[in-house]
Ligand binder design. Structure first.
Ligand SMILES: Cc1cc2nc3c(=O)[nH]c(=O)nc-3n(C[C@H](O)[C@H](O)[C@H](O)COP(=O)(O)OP(=O)(O)OC[C@H]3O[C@@H](n4cnc5c(N)ncnc54)[C@H](O)[C@@H]3O)c2cc1C
Length: 511
């Protein structure tokens, strides 16, 4: 552990970025009596988890639409004297989502947390696989229980692997197996396996490469539910900002941090628009690949020199269409996932830096559950197409219209034939837009890839760099990307920060 700082009466912590990780960290630190200032370069809070206000009164989530495993955020709210369920209405969805296996004879199933009904849905794919469901659930229940301690603690080095609890959890990593390999133990039909492994895409990864541990993603959906926060996931970020402000956090919008200033090896200030703010520690929530090279001098991060950041492996990107639609969308599910007929080819094309010719797409029609997101008699449609990140050098100025056409044409496969004449508002975000407008390095929307060479102590660490006083939160640090793990990461990093400052952290359940 690093030596404690000399503690002033009320240490001042700067949080760079008001994304989910930054907001959670600010709440936790302020609740322990620290003075916290969030500096956010944008004019709104939430980062990728924000609400987009579109012309004509339509509202969309910019990024996350699946709110999973609220337990972590509920605990964070409770430790701050607030109640998540008082601040945001969480609507549990059933069905969870509609899955369409594309092809000449498409197959549709409605995934449901009701296991009897789900067995019947799986039987539509392959009757032999229905009996694998309860085994899959039991197996992953045990896996999550064993692995939770790994997700709830920092990994500073090899010594962190030595405790018995770690050994038990890490056994489940099975680094030689992918999620797809792992699921073969339960389901024989490749389509059933896909129904329980496409969730690797939440990490921007292929189920054929993503470590087997991540079969817990689909388990979490079936066991703990998928929620739609009324108003969208952006409403959760807004609630976090509200609670943070109640706790005394100052949120400065349109305030990009230019650099972290070090005195010796200690973070001592942040520069914002020509003004230096003295600090005792800094929490960096800004996207790792985008921000770290500019914020922290290389001498302070010998483990992550610029060359290593540039050469790291990153998630795929996403091409986004946010459409305000006149009229209703009868029969459309809240979430629909269209899985390409040749899913492997779809992934291979993305990995090769090509736009898939027959892409998988994800469509959210949040107004099916939450009419507040569009004017009366209108609907809001969010379309996501996984595409290569910017490392492959695609020219997005030349590719955007092609991708838009591809996405609109794919809507027919989910039963939406008459959309184009009804479009009343339209916004596109390309990988280039993710980079230039939303400060996402390489447009890699799900951060650093979650492969075994970039996980645990090999991921940028929660207590970061060679000096003192810099902590990371967000998808680029341990445990990784996705809202529940980002919130958990904020607990880990703030615990380290408070330990280093000699401030008592709130107890984490399970500690
Ligand atoms: C399209 C998409 C869909 C997703 N879907 C889901 C989902 O359904 N469920 C799920 O759990 N997760 C999902 N995710 C993943 C993840 O949960 C979100 O991306 C999440 O918002 C990442 O949070 P973060 O804490 O890393 O910070 P970010 O959301 O990246 O926020 C970082 C903040 O830092 C700010 N910043 C950057 N540089 C500076 C600077 N120099 N000074 C000040 N501020 C700065 C940025 O403006 C931003 O506000 C999705 C992501 C995307 C993009």
């Amino acid at each position: 552990m690093n030596a404690p700082f000399i503690v002033r009466t009320r240490p001042h912590i700067a949080v760079i970025g008001a994304g989910p990780g930054g907001l959670a960290a600010a709440m936790l630190l302020a609740a322990r009596g620290l003075r916290v200032t969030i500096f956010e370069r944008d004019s709104v809070v939430g980062g990728r988890t924000r609400t987009l206000q579109a012309e004509g009164g339509y509202r969309f989530d910019l990024g996350p639409t699946f709110f999973l495993y609220p337990r972590v955020l509920r605990e964070i709210f409770a430790s701050c004297g607030a109640d998540l369920d008082d601040e945001v209405e969480l609507i549990r969805l059933d069905p969870l989502y509609r899955l369409i296996f594309a092809g000449t004879d498409p197959l549709t199933i409605d995934a449901t947390p009701d296991l009897d009904r789900m067995e019947a849905e799986i039987a539509k794919i392959n009757p032999a696989d229905a009996q694998g469901l309860r085994r899959f659930m039991a197996d992953n229940r045990a896996k999550l229980a064993a692995f939770r301690p790994v997700l709830e603690r920092p990994f500073d080095g090899l010594a962190d692997y030595l405790s018995p609890a770690m050994a038990k959890g890490l056994r489940h990593l099975r680094p030689w197996a992918s999620v797809n390999d792992d699921l073969a133990r339960h389901f024989c039909d490749p389509r059933t396996r896909l129904a329980f492994t496409f969730q690797a895409k939440y990490l921007g990864m292929s189920p054929f490469r993503c470590p087997s541990l991540f079969s817990i993603l689909s388990f979490l959906e079936y066991e703990h539910g998928i929620f739609h926060p009324r108003g969208g996931c952006g409403a959760v970020s807004a609630a976090m900002a509200r609670v943070a402000e109640r706790l005394g956090v100052e949120i400065r919008l349109n305030a990009a941090v230019e650099r972290i200033v070090f005195e010796g090896n200690r973070a001592a200030g942040v520069d914002v628009a020509g003004t230096r703010h003295a600090i005792d520690a800094v929490v960096v929530n800004a996207d790792f690949a985008h921000a770290i090279p500019g914020l922290i001098p290389p001498v302070q991060r010998p483990q992550w020199p610029d060359g290593k950041i540039a050469a790291a492996r990153y998630s795929c990107s996403t091409f986004m269409l946010y459409l305000g639609i006149e009229g209703a969308l009868p029969g459309l599910a809240h979430h629909t996932i269209l899985l390409a007929e040749d899913y492997r080819r779809n992934l291979a094309q993305i990995e090769a830096g090509e736009i898939p010719d027959d892409p998988s797409i994800y469509v959210q029609a949040a107004t099916q559950t939450d009419p507040s997101l569009a004017p009366d008699g209108h609907s809001a449609l969010y379309i996501l197409v996984p595409v290569p990140n910017l490392r492959n050098g695609l020219d997005w100025a030349a590719t955007t219209q092609h991708c838009r056409r591809l996405a609109l044409d794919r809507l027919k496969a989910i039963g939406l034939h008459d959309i184009e004449p009804r479009i009343r508002s339209e916004r596109i975000v390309t990988p280039q837009g993710w980079r230039d407008d939303f400060a996402v390095g390489y447009g890699a929307t799900f951060n650093l890839a979650h492969d075994m060479r970039q996980m645990l102590h090999l991921r940028p660490r929660n207590r970061f760099g060679r000096g003192r006083g810099v902590y990371l939160v967000g998808g680029g640090t341990h445990p990784g990307s996705g809202l529940p793990v980002i919130y958990e990461g904020a607990r880990i990093s703030t615990r380290l920060l408070m330990e280093d400052l000699g401030v008592a952290a709130a107890a984490t359940p399970g500690d």
